[in-house]
Design a protein around this ligand. Sequence first.
Ligand SMILES: Cc1cc2nc3c(=O)[nH]c(=O)nc-3n(C[C@H](O)[C@H](O)[C@H](O)COP(=O)(O)OP(=O)(O)OC[C@H]3O[C@@H](n4cnc5c(N)ncnc54)[C@H](O)[C@@H]3O)c2cc1C
Length: 361
Amino acid sequence: MRNVVVVGGGVMGSAAARTLSRHAQVTLLEQFEPGHDRGSSHGSSRIFRLAYPDPFYVDLAAQALPLWRELEQESGQELLDLVGAVDHGPRERVEPIEAALRAAGRPCEVLHPPAAAERWPGLRFDEHVLFHPEAGRVHADRATAAFQQVAAKSGVDVRHGVRVASVTPARHDRVEVVTDTGEVFVADAVVLAVGGWAADLVARTVPGLPTLRVTQEQPVHFPAADPLSWPSFLHYQGATGSEPGAYGLGSVDGVKMGFHGVGPQVDPDHRDRTVDQAALAQVVAYAEEWVPGVDTTRAVASTCLYTLTPDHDFVLDRHGAITVLAGFSGHGFKFAPLIGGLAADLVAGRRVPQRFALGAR
Ligand SMILES: Cc1cc2nc3c(=O)[nH]c(=O)nc-3n(C[C@H](O)[C@H](O)[C@H](O)COP(=O)(O)OP(=O)(O)OC[C@H]3O[C@@H](n4cnc5c(N)ncnc54)[C@H](O)[C@@H]3O)c2cc1C
């Protein structure tokens, strides 16, 4: 049996370890403790949706949906709640999403804003409104833990508190992984799924990685009545796509909201995780105007990393015996079980979408 080392125990590395365990002896190395909050995968919720203006991502999300159900079966936990989602904003932004869903044969419904406000009194709506039921939330912390539990049950050696310092080709097409305490692993294949740390470790290890911009984002939770019944929502705030859009969803911690990709660039090892009060005030002001169903006097902010590629497409590719899963650009979580499968395909020498190749940008 081949032996594979996966570096990074966020949702992507954990998903990869679980799928790889079906055909290989796998070790998963994560520098921090289980459920830590220094990367991109922590917190109770992420939006799941099929709705993208680009048919390519509609198709990927549709492939991920049954794979989430499979993980629920394997782990015995509910991970995905399809409570639906509502997108609103300028017609130019919402119509391409509707068109992509319809072209893929997926359900959606255009609503008049007053009808939408009656249906979801916690929200106010802009000029054009689209409801799509195959959307909602993934229970994020639970999902990453479920990938790891299932992986461990199938024999994966899951190790926390182990930081990888270098990954280099070794003799006989193998790869040497050295930790910062000097422990050495020699593997047939290595998967690097290191989130915001890719800009350092992956860039040092393989050629062709696009420039990655790592930012510190600041989602905010607000108390609300029955938050788990809320649809997830995206509000496009301008016609061109250059304006920051607002997103939100119900979670066990209340209604979570934020602006997509507006945070400052940071170094994941040296960042100040204190709450930026000005950025918090902007989300509170947005909620006061558009989300009457939340209590804006009790906002709680946290921080999280985005790892952005120039075009927001992911990087999924193999260089020799090293597979790279990187650049999930603030929208990767919903695809995690699919990415785990694509990682196993890459390790086995199978092809994955060329659009994600190293050197493609
Ligand atoms: C605020 C916010 C909201 C988001 N909302 C959504 C959403 O609604 N829907 C959606 O689909 N996606 C969303 N995303 C994006 C999604 O969460 C990420 O794409 C996903 O979590 C990325 O996972 P990852 O495994 O690549 O990174 P990470 O979770 O950061 O995992 C990488 C892991 O590698 C470890 N590591 C790094 N270097 C080393 C090393 N040298 N040795 C050992 N371990 C190492 C790190 O400690 C870390 O645990 C959101 C992200 C943020 C920040």
